[in-house]
Design a protein around this ligand. Structure first.
Ligand code: CP
Ligand code: NVA
Length: 316
């Protein structure tokens, strides 16, 4: 068996904000390349170079997941490694063992940890105590892995994301925050329409603008969609949101319908990180229509995770 050296750098993938633009670009390029290089093989067959042969990823979930857990597991198999999936509730973490102690123990047992947490600060604290790379698999504040897959999907459909206009319609949530963090790095602009009480955090918008991105805050979904290359939405009620009734009352004008898509460019792409709620944030016609790239987007989570894993372990 090939012995891989311990990585020279422990690189945590917690947010896109601190990632240099060139490294984010390299991540997306690696994801494209690895997807193109695979043959019509079974999904669990390793890539020819199996760059992370023998590596083990531990995944901790404090919240539900379908795509993130399966795509990371398959990604690990394709780069030559394996994974262990754990629900936080079934771990000693669920009985009060601290985040920091858990991080120290897992750092002695596995090569990388992905954590989906209720509170962003728990992921930051976990990474602070870990001596192996830690990947943010979604928190209340951000979802950086999702954006690598989303950019990849956009580029497959309409070419390089630089210069494109991305309309975010609905809740200014964790996924929106990660789109904002990548805007200046990948040189796209955003038009955002949300109910006023559910806007993205001001600091995210200001940081994106300060970094050089054009971010327009629009009054309506139709305005945000005008001339857009990409229209993106997400659930109105994210995991952990406790104000469902208020949200359901606030959001109906932010459903992505055919009428909204008609404001965008004719070749515009519709994205949704999923899970979707047809008839709420997106109409059935848009979700299942020709402009929707949501199934490619879900598949691309695998290719994107491979790039994130390689970067985190110092192989990219
Ligand atoms: N998009 C996404 O992260 O999906 P899961 O919640 O199913 O992992
Ligand atoms: N914003 C959603 C994304 C789910 C993948 C949530 O946090 O629940």
């Amino acid at each position: 068996m090939t012995a891989h050296p311990a990585p020279a750098h422990v690189r945590h993938f917690l947010d896109l904000a601190p990632l240099p633009a060139g490294e984010l670009r390299a991540l997306v390029d690696a994801a494209h390349r690895r997807k193109a290089d695979r043959g019509p093989w079974f999904r669990g067959q390793a890539d020819a170079d199996a760059p992370l042969k023998g590596a083990v990823l531990a995944m901790i979930f404090q919240k539900a997941s379908t795509r993130t857990r399966v795509s990371f597991d398959i990604a690990m198999r394709q780069v030559g490694g394996s994974s262990i999936v754990m629900s936080a509730a079934d771990m000693q973490l669920g009985r009060g063992e601290t985040i920091e102690d858990t991080a120290k123990v897992l750092s002695r047992m596995v090569d990388c940890v992905m954590i989906r947490a209720n509170r962003h600060e728990d992921v930051v604290n976990f990474a602070g105590a870990a001596s192996v790379p830690v990947i943010n698999g979604l928190t209340d504040l951000s979802h950086p892995c999702q954006i690598v897959a989303d950019i990849m999907t956009i580029e497959e459909r309409i070419g390089e994301v630089a210069g494109k206009r991305i309309a975010w319609i609905g809740d200014g949530n964790n996924v929106c925050a990660s789109f904002l963090q990548a805007a200046a790095k990948l040189d796209y602009s955003m038009a955002i329409a949300t109910p006023k009480d559910y806007a993205p955090r001001t600091q995210e918008i200001e940081a994106a603008r300060k970094a050089g991105a054009k971010i327009d805050v629009c009054a309506t979904a139709m305005q945000a969609a005008q001339g857009a290359d990409v229209v993106v939405t997400d659930t109105w009620v994210s995991m952990g949101d406790v104000d469902k009734d208020a949200r359901m009352a606030a959001f109906p004008a932010y459903c992505v319908t055919d009428k909204v898509m008609a404001e965008a460019k004719p070749a515009a792409v519709f994205l949704h990180c999923l899970p979707a709620h047809r008839g709420e944030e997106v109409s059935e016609a848009v979700m299942d229509g020709a402009q929707s790239a949501v199934w490619d987007e879900a598949e691309n989570r695998i290719h994107a995770q491979k790039a994130v894993l390689l970067w985190s372990l110092g192989y990219l």
